[in-house]
Design a protein around this ligand. Structure first.
Ligand code: SF4
Length: 375
């Protein structure tokens, strides 16, 4: 059977209005039990142009390979993401499904419709050791599709009932829909929440993260979570060279994060791995062509900006975080030391990739920006 085999013209169920099928027929990806695949499109503003591939997953608890200091397991109820961030590092994973890493990643969303049922089965195994489970590590679990499929309430409930701690990293203010559930879960198990806000510059946001709630709305959500006593850290990521990295922009973003009541802020500079790199450069050429050569110079050694640049960003964010009361002095100024206490600017938030070079502690130092352009 191919993906198009059970294309559905959904008649709408009240919240989606009318529908239309687009007849898309990508190749069979081979990762799911494809005899159960149903392909849907919905003709509502939030979903127009998107195709949803409803699959029945064989497993939803994924073991993170190797030792991870933060979490051993992940759950990803979706593949692809309607938030459409041009830099998204998960784009390459869509090619494993025989989709492309560009427009297909944004508009062809795989939904594991049986995620809750499979999760409950997996959590009930006697061998389950209640290790922490992270969500939002690949694509956003509170992306737009979650508004329709509502998988997260069942997942949260299943984890809490099974005594399993969990963390969520998102750009989706939709997480607030589940605030009562999260509050209830936090009474039974440790719950760690993080919001991703790379910058508060709305002009850049509109073009680089076109499917996401605005930074202001995301920070409002951080405030709501803080007021509810749940606490929420902020992953200040990605910081975009030459677009959101000026001292003024960094300061404004850290100030807004602090005012929102975040428990910590962690800066991460843009990385451009294959899959994301091509899409990002295409967008850069179309939107900020004058920056292309500067990016090629800064990323000439591969997927990461040079360490001196990353250190400078981390130092600046730490300095501003201290100024706005968001960070305590580090226990040691030694470079590469593990993250410090809870309100540390370099604390690893939920879902942060283990070993990310930007997540290390860096002592506060003067910030000089003159030589960035000649990198
Ligand atoms: S919200 Fe996260 S997963 Fe979704 S496109 Fe943006 S960076 Fe990727």
């Amino acid at each position: 059977m191919r993906w198009s085999g059970q294309l559905i013209d959904d008649g709408g169920d009240g919240d989606d209005g009318g529908t239309s099928a687009d007849g898309a027929a990508p190749a069979q990806p081979g990762l799911f039990a494809t005899s159960d695949v149903v392909v849907r499109t919905f003709d509502t503003p939030g979903f127009r142009g998107a195709t949803f591939y409803e699959v029945r997953a064989k497993s939803v608890l994924n073991k993170v390979p190797g030792p991870s200091p933060m979490f051993g397991w992940t759950i990803n109820p979706y593949r692809g993401c309607g938030h459409r961030c041009v830099y998204c590092f998960a784009r390459k994973t869509h090619t494993y499904l025989d989709f492309d890493a560009g427009l297909d990643f944004d508009t062809r969303i795989v939904v594991k419709v049986n995620a809750v049922e499979v999760l409950r089965r997996e959590l009930a195994r006697p061998s389950w050791r209640r290790e922490s489970v992270a969500m939002g590590t690949n694509v956003d679990c509170y992306q737009r599709a979650e508004g329709r499929y509502r998988l997260m309430p069942g997942i949260i409930g299943a984890l809490a009932e099974a005594g399993t701690p969990f963390s969520i990293l998102t750009k989706g203010t939709l997480m607030l829909r589940d605030l009562p559930l999260l509050t209830e879960a936090a009474r039974d198990v440790p719950v760690r929440l993080a919001m991703s806000v790379g910058a508060v510059d709305e002009d850049v946001w509109r073009t680089v993260e076109p499917g996401t709630p605005s930074p202001a709305r995301r920070l409002d959500a951080v405030r709501t979570l803080a007021d509810a006593g749940l606490g929420c850290s902020v992953l200040m990521a990605p910081i975009l060279p030459f677009l959101t990295d000026s001292p003024e922009q960094l300061r404004a973003t850290v100030e807004a994060i602090a005012r929102a009541g975040a428990t910590s802020v962690t800066p991460i500079v843009l990385h451009l791995r294959p899959g994301a790199r091509e899409w990002y450069y295409e967008w850069l050429q179309a939107t900020y062509p004058q920056l292309v050569s500067r990016y090629r110079a800064l990323y000439r050694n591969g997927s990461y900006a040079p360490s001196w640049y990353q250190d400078r960003i981390t130092a600046a964010v730490r300095e501003y975080a201290k100024a706005y009361g968001l960070v305590r002095p580090p226990r040691s100024s030694a470079r590469g030391e593990a993250a410090g206490p809870a309100r540390e600017a370099t604390e690893n938030p939920p879902g942060n990739q283990a070993g990310n070079p930007t997540a290390r502690a860096t002592e506060v130092q003067p910030t000089l920006w003159d030589d960035v352009e000649s990198a």
